[in-house]
Every structure is written in C-alpha cells, then in structure tokens.
Design a protein around this ligand. Structure first.
Ligand SMILES: [Ca+2]
Length: 576
C-alpha cells in the first residue's frame, strides 16, 4: 500500500485493488490498521464491517466531530470498491492532520531469520490442567518453565466447545459459520424426543479450497508437519503439510493410546507397549533434527488427553501414591498429562542440543475445555461441550526467546487469532481472497500493544453452535439442563460481558465475568441496555457470517418426555 497524504483522514481500502489486485485481507485487519495508523488523527473509529466484504460492507467511522456512514448498494458494489480512497476534507477531523504512510502487510511481516514454530495443541485439556494454572495434582514442570519464561494468557478461548469445529477454526482462521463444521459429525446428538429444533448439520470435512496457515507457511519456505489428531479430513497432507504422523479423520487412535493404531499413517508398526504420546514426542524430535537447517513448523496435536482416559502404565504407581488434590485427583489423567509434559521436555532438550532453541517460538493451546467426568476447571463453570467458560476457555502461552518477556495478560484471545499470528511470525503472506476472522497476536507478544481493542473499545469474540451435544453419563451439574451440555446457541464476549443466546427458547444469559467468573448469576434482566448492545452486535455478526440459525421445529420432539427425562436425571443426581 502506498497511501501518503497530508490532508486526508480516512482511507477506505479494498486491498486487492490497492496492492496487487489479488490480495484480500480481512476487515478486522483493516480495522486494526485503522486503529494503529489512524488513531493519530481519528480518536474513535467504529468499523462495523468486520465480516465479509462481498456481502455486507456497512462501515461507520465515528470521528471526534461526527459520524460518517458508508453503505454499499449491492448494485454499485464495483463502483464502491473502486473508491479506494474516500477523501474527506481534513477539517472534519480534530487535531493536526498527520502525514501517514500505511504499512505494507507484506513488508511488515517479513523477517530475515524466520523462526521455527512449535504449536503444542492438546485435546480436551482444561484451563486448570497445568501446575502453573493451579492444578493441585497434575505435574507439568516442563510446561510450567516454558510458561513462566513466556507470556501466559489467562483469557484465551477456543472457537468451539468441542473438537472438530475448534480445529477447523484453528486451521482456517475462520469462525464456525464460514467453514460450517459445527460439531463432530453431522448427525444430531442426543435423543430426538428431547430436541426442540432441527439442528444445522453443517459439514464434516474442511473445505479443501480453504487455504490453511500450513499452506501459507509452506509457500514461505517452511517445512510443515502435523503429528497426532487431525480430525478435519481423511488426510492432512493436502492441507499444507509435508509430513503427517498419525493424523486421520478420526478423533483418536482406533484402539487407544497403545497399539495397534490401525492405518494411522506412520504409526502402523508401533511396537507393543509404546505409549502413543511418547511416540509422537519422539517423532517430533526426529522431525526437528532432520530439519534443523531450515525453518520448520510443527503442529504437535497430541491425542492426549482425549478419551479413552487411558493411563501410561509406568506412571500409575507414582500418582496412586500421591495425595489426591481438592481440585484434581484422577490418576489416569495425571499420567496422561505427565506423558505430554515429559515429551515437551525432550523436545526442548533436542532444540537446545541442536542450538536452535533461541530461534524457536513455542506456543501451547487446547481445542476445548477439559472432559467433565475426569477433570475440573473450577472456578469456571462447565466443561467440554458447554459454552460456559469451562468449555471454551483454555490455557495458552507463547515462549519466544529474546522477543517475549515473562509476563501474564488478561487480554481475551481466540483460536482464529492463531492463523494471522503464525503468518506474521513466519513472514508468510495471508491468503488471497479468503476472509480471516482473527487478529495477529505478535504486537501483544512484543509488548507493543497492551490490548487488541478496536475503535477504543474491546473487540468482540464470537461463538456459534447451531447443534446439540448430549450430556455425559452421570455428569450434568454445570450445564443449563441435564439432557444436553449445549443446545443450539450463539455467544459473544466483549470486555467483561458475555452473552449467550439460545435459539430454542429465545432465552438470553448475560454474565459479568469480572465479578462473576463462575457465571453463577444471569444479570440480563438488570442490564437491558447491555443486552441490547451485545445482541445487536451479535446479530450483525450472524448476518455477516451467514450464520445458519436453526428454526424448524423438530417433529419428533415430545415435551412430556423431555420433562420426564429432566426430572428423572435430576432425581438420580439427588440420590448420589
Ligand atoms: Ca477436544
């Protein structure tokens, strides 16, 4: 981009036109650009079109002297986008008109020595499941050390409360309505007679036309590998990976953590007694050693700690002898977590031996909250499958020697942020003509920004789940009703407020996370203006993302049976 003006205050940019006629960056990135670059002359910019440029560009700039609204008329789309620069006389703006050179995203993301990147991505790993986050039973000294030397995010979110949609969002950088993987599989979950609406099935394979960050890093010269759970198609290789160890469409290895692993690629001949978590850590060390001379990206997507909750046998005695914690006490889970942590230690040792630790960024993340029957996210409410915090708030840290200082942040971030973050770290380009919903976290990592606020106010995070997730057997005390962990809903978090909209009933829940982290009190009734504001923003987002909202009544629904089942479950719980 080349704009440089002394008396122009707003730039309306269709990047493909501005730069090379092919590149399309997301509206949120443009919004960020405005805030970063435009804050010098526009104190308060509201960029409403945070979605699909091709559908609904409604852009409102609130300057210090008034509001300017630009709305595209569909028939004039081309003309609208040809208005690359919307020139406004500088006297509508305050302060001194400033000479500004807008950054070239390509240049801004270039790096002379691209770092290696390791993303340790765990399955169903809860917010409190490490020692550094407060587990009183599990032991994670290796992860703790990396976290303590890095930046810990205590308000990090997955885009979904269960596996496949969370992973689709991670790989695509898009919220669920765009890739339409809403659930694990497309068939309805839970009993038909208890579901009031027909669910939105969505799809179960990530559209191969979507460019993943792995594609982008590959194009930038990185060697890429995925090891462990893939879950988004039969084969991850076409999605930008040079090497696949163990990844299939399945949510786990077919027989659990010990072999045989069926046809899982590169795990076919696993020796008897080999714990798969250890094997993946060893494969990681092998890959890193083989590629030590070139930049590499390793997506270490462990099967751990997804069901089956299956212990690493050698570690059982240690945890059986350990005094159970008040929060955590599951011996098998503790061994599964230690296996991950020991592997992280091995990988770090390998990096150090090869002399590349200093040029390796390590990130740690999880796809959704912990598995309710085996672990606990207290004080968060809920667990995997719920859209309360325990289902979607997960651990995240970044360790980047020489760049990231040891620190902790409460800044809310979400899975779609990883895509632009990986591209900026590596110097890879963002894909042409593909919407991205996230923001790069690199400026936060480097301490150049305190937060990711847009327009001077917190950006909104979104979730959309138009399906059902049935209850776990015997565990339903931290969900809205005993039959389902989640019924169809959308959720939004903005600042300290979180709102959940339920499509079956129209019910709204509003929580003040600052004063009620455990989401104990629905304060929607006493905060009507906040409900209106968040609902309005959510509806705009649903419209921009074409979010499918279930509305068709389910003909098999039987209210009497639903009530009886709820009563029965509650009575059974009371007896326990
Ligand atoms: Ca999961």
């Amino acid at each position: 981009m080349f704009a440089r003006y002394s008396d122009v205050a707003i730039y309306l940019i269709k990047p493909g036109i501005v730069k090379d006629n092919t590149r399309l960056i997301s509206a949120t990135q443009i919004s960020e650009l405005f805030v970063l670059q435009g804050a010098q002359f526009c104190r308060n910019i509201q960029f409403i079109s945070a979605g699909n440029w091709d559908r609904l560009p409604i852009i409102r700039f609130v300057t210090c002297r008034g509001t300017i609204v630009l709305q595209e008329k569909t028939t004039h789309r081309l003309l609208f986008f040809c208005l690359v620069l919307f020139l406004i006389p500088s006297d509508v703006f305050c302060d001194q008109p400033t000479k500004i050179e807008l950054p070239n995203f390509d240049q801004a993301t270039s790096s002379t020595t691209p770092p290696n990147i390791l993303l340790v991505f765990l399955d169903d790993f809860g917010w409190k499941d490490t020692s550094y986050m407060g587990s009183d039973f599990y032991e994670t000294p290796q992860l703790d050390k990396l976290a303590n030397d890095g930046m810990v995010f205590t308000n990090a979110y997955s885009c979904s409360a269960n596996c496949a949609p969370a992973r689709a969002s991670l790989l695509s950088g898009q919220y669920t309505p765009r890739h339409q993987i809403y659930n694990v599989g497309t068939t309805p979950r839970g009993k038909a007679e208890h579901r009031r609406l027909e669910h939105i099935p969505g799809v179960k394979t990530l559209d191969p036309k979507i460019k993943t960050w792995a594609h982008q890093l590959q194009s930038a010269g990185y060697t890429t590998a995925t090891m462990g759970k893939w879950h988004l198609s039969d084969d991850p290789i076409p999605y930008g990976f040079d090497l696949n160890v163990g990844g299939t469409h399945s949510g786990g290895p077919p027989k659990g953590y010990y072999p045989p692993h069926g046809k899982a690629p590169n795990l076919e001949n696993a020796p008897q007694g080999e714990y798969v978590t250890d094997r993946l850590s060893d494969e990681a060390c092998k890959f890193i050693t083989a590629n030590q001379e070139n930049p590499w990206m390793l997506y270490l997507t462990h099967f751990a700690v997804h069901t089956p909750i299956q212990a690493k046998k050698e570690l059982v005695g240690k945890y059986e002898a350990k005094k159970p914690g008040e929060l955590h006490d599951n011996v098998k889970m503790a061994t599964m977590i230690q296996a991950v942590d020991d592997g992280v230690g091995k990988i770090v040792t390998t990096l150090e031996k090869l002399g590349i630790r200093e040029n390796t960024v390590i990130m740690f993340f999880s796809d959704n909250g912990g598995y309710g029957p085996a672990t606990d996210m207290d004080p968060l409410k809920g667990y995997k499958g719920t859209y309360y915090e325990g289902g979607i708030r997960v651990p995240f840290f970044v360790n980047w020697p020489g760049v990231v200082k040891p620190s902790k942040t409460i800044e809310p971030i979400i899975g779609v942020d990883i895509y632009p973050t990986l591209c900026e770290i590596s110097g890879a380009k963002l894909p042409n003509n593909q919407i991205g919903d996230g923001l790069s976290l690199v400026s936060l990592f480097k301490g150049k920004r305190a937060n990711l606020n847009l327009n001077g106010e917190p950006r909104a995070l979104h979730w959309h789940f138009p399906a059902y997730l049935q209850s776990y057997r015997g565990v339903h005390d931290e969900q809205r009703d005993p039959l389902f962990r989640s019924r169809p809903c959308s959720a939004i978090r903005k600042g300290n407020w979180k709102l959940i909209q339920y499509f079956e009933s129209g019910d709204i829940e509003l929580f003040d996370l600052k004063n009620d982290l455990g989401e104990k009190k629905n304060v929607a009734q006493s905060n009507p203006a906040t409900v209106d504001r968040l609902m309005n923003e959510m509806k705009i987002w649903q419209s921009q993302t074409d979010a499918a909202i279930p509305s068709a009544p389910n003909p098999k629904f039987d209210e009497a049976k639903e009530k009886a089942a709820i009563r029965q479950r509650n009575q059974a719980a009371d007896k326990q």
